[in-house]
Design a binder for this molecule. Structure first.
Ligand code: ADP
Ligand code: ZN
Length: 734
């Protein structure tokens, strides 16, 4: 037998499969990590991706595997197949693809479970009695009380952590041969908290109907389109229960679980089985532990953010992607995979069920569903006849005309007053953090920008500094313009801090919490804030988009979007979709228990995204949006490929862009008909962290082969001192 081995997968450059012989008696299976001789290196690490009966090389040329590195397979057969898919789909190397499936510690060979010294009682029966007797004086009283105490504890409780016992007593007992020290593995639990189990709800008729369709539907891909509060989560739970009952496993993906440990608690309440958690906030050690938990079969449910889609579960029964419209499901590093694409392939390989859930599915997802790729399951109503909150639109232009210069319209003021009087809670949503969005000289128009990034700096009043939101650089604020010398620098725009001040002025008695990246230095600060608000320790929560993420605050009856337009003005074909989705999600925060009100302040009351959101009319929005996209040849009717270039020296970056365009033309020329446009330009933010940024945007008709060719060209082309990247339908178009 011969093993096909990928060598040293921490270094992607070698994208080749090498063949090694398997010494007699050594048991090697695909997926195992092995130590192999390689080149002039005495040995290096590799991973076996397959076995073969014969080799085309002469036997004397083939080296042999030195030894397996673990006694288990680090990769499942399915994961090896998935790596092949990733290599193909994103034109990357197999080694790079395999990295998604192995935690960093496993790759570097630094496999280390966290261990702990445990003290174990060695003798038993008569020998133990003798040992005990040895701790007594002649008169029968205790000579070594601390050793006796340790002995007593061990007799009662079995092995105990050394850290919990008197160290010198343990030492003495060890010398006498009464106790021994053994190593035991301990898990680094990311969220350690005992949770009481609660019983399953009785399903509503609608929930039962949906579940039946998933169970008996014949199909395996579903889009669960249910309004906020329609009870989608309960469906997820039942589908996962089905999986466990059939001896299978399941993955539940949420947008960013490091921000929402509630989701974990919530699952713990419902399942006795082990649950592994994966997200970006885990330490390398924690990530490894969770991975091992899955490998050992101790967890058959995985909860996590995007990367959890690679969890090493075997016999997968379902993958559920909750809030499927969230942009966090797309990777921000290369290769820029989406959780959807990986989940689709894994479900195909396992014949597993895939469920995408959302109140506002991506337009592209909905389109594909309508084309028959997904079965659409609808939950158009909230549970128990609860009404969707009324959304009221306030035209900010007329507020201005009436002389109101605050961010709180007259209508919102009334509602806030009413909410507070009733002892309820309100959430105010703003798209910006900081105090004001930019600082400009009223005399000459000079705008204060970051020295490293081509972006205006934001004033933060609490610390009295100007801050760059891209690189974190700070400056002390000035009043005199460095350009014209006049004392006319003025702070424009409104950030969360300023809103907080305005609200405090208007409602001095209200308890206010503010949540944005600035108030949440740590993960724990974020959780604390949420717990405080959920416990009604504050009346008003002011925040950026963070506060929209799937929370269930029961006392919130009012939510307000202070400026719904900020997103509309972003030059991106998805800006209407995102505006609609954000408004709908925020509206969904209000009135989860009793009727709620949503105030929507906007400068564009007539925009269709705003109008349909007012009536919670997804279908109406979708129909208008998809017609526009078709007319303008935008995705899903076409594809954008963005090639990104960045480097410290602008000339070098521009030269690279020009060179690439030349090569691109040669590749694309025979396909002229498929190309809608090719455009090279500076990035919208031209400089970040002292790197000059440019990109080429290729707009083409849907043609996978052509995209593949562009990918290939991209992979073959490298430039000195210029970093490049490639992205399909990039999250950031400008
Ligand atoms: P969605 O995910 O669609 O926004 P949820 O699943 O969070 O909605 O349901 C909203 C609330 O209703 C949750 O607090 C949930 O526990 C509760 N709930 C869901 N289904 C039922 C049911 N069948 N009976 C009672 N309560 C339910
Ligand atoms: Zn900066």
């Amino acid at each position: 037998m011969y093993a096909r081995v990928i060598v040293d997968i921490s270094h992607t450059q070698v994208d080749r499969v090498f063949e090694y012989g398997i010494p007699d008696g050594m048991e090697i299976r695909p997926g195992m990590r092995v130590r192999v001789p390689f080149g002039h290196m005495k040995d290096t690490e590799g991973i076996v991706i397959g076995l073969e009966e014969s080799s085309e090389y002469a036997p004397e040329k083939i080296k042999e595997i030195l030894c397996p590195l673990d006694d288990f397979c680090a990769l499942t057969g399915e994961q090896i197949a998935l790596a092949g898919f990733i290599k193909q789909k994103y034109n990357t190397t197999l080694a790079a693809a395999l990295r998604f499936m192995l935690p960093a510690q496993v790759r570097g060979g630094r496999v280390s479970a966290k261990t702990q010294n445990m003290v174990r009682l060695l003798p038993a029966g008569e020998a133990l009695q003798a040992a005990e007797a040895g701790l007594l004086k002649k008169d029968g009283s205790v000579k070594f009380p601390r050793q006796m105490e340790v002995l007593g504890l061990l007799k009662e409780k079995g092995d105990m952590p050394a850290s919990e016992l008197n160290a010198s007593a343990v030492k003495s007992l060890e010398r006498k041969g009464v106790v021994g020290i053994v190593q035991a593995e301990v898990a680094r639990m990311p969220f350690e908290k005992a949770v009481a189990r609660i019983k399953d709800y009785d399903l509503t008729e609608k929930q039962q109907e949906i579940l039946n369709r998933i169970r008996n539907g014949g199909g395996t891909r579903f889009l669960l389109h249910g309004v906020t509060g329609s009870g989608k989560t309960e469906i997820y739970i039942r589908v996962m229960r089905d999986c466990l009952a059939q001896g299978k496993t399941a993955i539940l993906l949420v947008p960013e679980i490091s921000l929402t440990p509630q989701t974990y608690t919530f699952l713990k309440q419902r399942f006795d089985e082990g649950i592994a958690v994966f997200h970006s906030g885990l330490s390398a050690g924690e990530r490894f532990d969770e991975w091992m938990k899955v490998k050992r079969g101790e967890a058959r449910i995985v909860l996590g953010a995007r990367s959890a889609v690679f969890a090493p579960l075997e016999n997968l029964g379902a993958i559920i992607i909750d809030e499927e419209h969230e942009t966090s499901y797309k990777a921000d590093n290369y290769p820029k995979y989406t959780a959807h694409e990986i989940a689709e392939e894994r479900c195909r390989l396992n014949d597993a069920i895939l469920i995408l859930g959302s109140a506002t599915p991506q337009v592209e997802t909905y389109y594909r569903a309508k084309q028959g790729e997904y079965e659409i399951l609808k939950m158009p109503n909230r549970l128990f006849g609860l009404q969707m909150p009324a959304v009221e639109i306030v035209d900010l232009c007329s507020e201005l005309k009436n002389g109101n210069r605050t961010a709180i319209s007259g209508r919102l003021y009334d509602e806030l007053e009413d909410t507070l009087a009733k002892g309820k809670q309100a959430m105010l949503f703003l798209n910006r953090r900081g105090y004001s969005t930019f600082v400009m000289c009223r005399s000459c128009g000079y705008v204060v920008k970051c020295d490293s990034c081509d972006i205006t700096m934001t004033y933060h009043k609490a610390q009295d500094i100007l801050k760059c939101h891209y690189c974190g650089r700070t400056k002390s604020p000035e009043t005199v313009c460095p350009e014209c010398g006049k004392p006319h620098l003025k702070y424009f725009g409104t950030g969360t801090q300023q809103i907080e001040e305005q609200v405090k002025d208007l409602f001095p008695q209200a308890r206010i919490l503010r949540m944005d990246l600035d108030t949440m230095g740590t993960k724990d600060a974020h959780i604390k804030l949420f717990e405080d608000f959920a416990a009604h320790k504050a009346d008003i929560l002011i925040g950026t988009q963070m506060i929209t993420k799937g929370f269930d605050f029961r006392d919130v009856t009012l939510s307000a979007i202070l400026a719904a337009d900020t997103m509309l003005n972003i030059p991106d074909y998805r800006s209407a979709e995102r505006t609609f989705s954000h408004i709908t999600q925020i509206a969904g925060r209000a009135g989860r228990k009793e009727p709620g009100t949503v105030i929507l302040q906007t400068y564009n009351p007539a925009h269709y995204a705003v109008r349909y959101a007012k009536y919670h009319d997804y279908e109406g929005f979708y129909n208008e949006e998809i017609a526009l996209r078709e007319m303008a040849q935008l995705p899903p009717f076409s594809t954008y490929v963005q090639i990104q270039f960045s480097g410290e020296k602008e000339e070098q970056v521009i030269a690279a862009v020009k060179d690439f365009i030349g090569k691109l033309k040669a590749v694309l020329l025979p396909h002229k008909r498929g190309i809608i446009s090719i455009r090279a330009s500076e990035a919208a933010i031209k400089r970040i962290r002292d790197m000059e940024r440019y990109h080429i945007l290729i707009h083409l008709k849907n043609d996978e082969e052509l995209v593949g060719q562009i990918y290939q060209l991209f992979n073959q082309t490298k430039y000195r001192n210029v970093l490049t990247g490639i992205d399909i339908n990039p999250a950031n178009m400008a």
